[in-house]
Design a protein around this ligand. Structure first.
Ligand code: NAP
Length: 281
């Protein structure tokens, strides 16, 4: 949704969104039919099994879509000479590092979703040399269901929220990510060269806990007369029924800015924009 909205605002790219049933990552003929039919200059693969809790219970589904599905898509793209931009996640890391993760750090996923996404990266890399893998994290958006829209909804019926403060992450505002993906797609098609393929970290600037994000959301919401309730800091240790998540989910995005000259805005500005967009809908 954010990608289509961003593409609609630009004149340098034309984007066509395609998903199930026309293109199903688990249905190889549908991949071939769609790619041969559309013949795009570049593919952006945002399709994924993303349910972190669900992946623990049904890892075969996560692996089927995220690993085998991504491999099938990348193979078919390579066959007809189309580069692929693939989204991955900071959850490929274990979170034990005290500072932000760079692309040189060794992945070590601690949940099934992270393992399936790490294997998706290997599958893409092996299948198609012309790939850009973008590892991102903690996406929020004015569209659909995500942390920001969920807590604003809950504030309408609840008087206080308990939100985790033990995990720290790099927030990513979907419209910022979408613009960056389109910038990269435009550059790949106008000036492909060997130095650009590979893996990059991408996120808004700065880091936060979920608790910090919640407080910023309610601060921005209150400033526009929207819902706002108190937040009490909680810790993941008290949520033992959840799949493990990396305590440090922060990304160093230096390689992205060095290679593509792309630096995303500061996360608090993204939250302000997100609340403004939600209020204008
Ligand atoms: N959300 C985050 O915080 C976050 C953080 C880091 C990385 N990422 C990555 O960013 C990407 C997008 O995430 P998101 O949050 O936008 O995910 P999302 O809201 O769960 O959307 C996933 C999309 O994948 C599609 N999909 C699922 N299985 C498919 C299949 N077999 N064939 C074709 N399409 C299929 C879904 O289509 P249907 O509508 O048909 O189900 C849906 O449109 C993913 O690669 C994810 O791993 C997300």
């Amino acid at each position: 949704m954010a990608l289509s909205a961003a593409a609609a605002r630009r004149t340098d790219v034309s984007a066509y969104a395609v998903g199930r049933p026309a293109l199903d990552l688990t249905d190889q003929p549908s991949i071939g039919r769609t790619l041969f039919g559309m013949a795009p200059d570049v593919i952006v693969n945002t399709a994924s099994y993303t349910d972190v809790e669900g992946a623990e219970k049904e890892p075969h589904l996560a692996f089927r879509r995220n690993t085998q599905g991504a491999a099938a898509l990348a193979r078919k793209a390579a066959l007809i000479g189309i580069p692929i931009i693939h989204l991955s996640t900071v959850y490929v890391f274990d979170g034990d590092k005290p500072t932000a993760y760079t692309e040189a750090d060794e992945p070590n996923p601690i949940n099934a979703y992270g393992r399936s996404k790490l294997l998706s990266e290997a599958a893409i890399t092996n299948a198609n040399p012309n790939h850009v893998i973008l590892r991102t994290g903690w996406i929020h958006s004015p569209f659909g269901r995500n942390f920001v829209t969920s807590i604003l909804q809950r504030a309408k019926t609840e008087s206080e929220l308990h939100i985790d403060e033990s995990q720290r992450g790099s927030l990513t505002y979907a419209p910022h990510l979408a613009d960056a993906i389109l910038d990269i797609a435009a550059r790949i098609t106008s000036d492909p060269n060997d130095g650009i393929w590979g893996t990059y970290h991408i996120a808004d600037q700065g880091t936060a806990s979920w608790c910090d994000l919640g407080r910023e959301v309610f601060r921005a919401s209150a400033s526009r007369g929207g819902p706002s309730i108190p937040i009490t800091a909680a810790s993941t240790e008290s949520m033992t029924d959840q799949a493990p998540r990396p305590l440090n989910a922060t990304l160093d995005c230096t390689r992205l800015s060095d290679t593509w000259d792309i630096t995303l805005p500061i996360w608090q500005d993204a939250v302000a924009d997100c609340i403004a967009q939600i209020n204008s809908n």
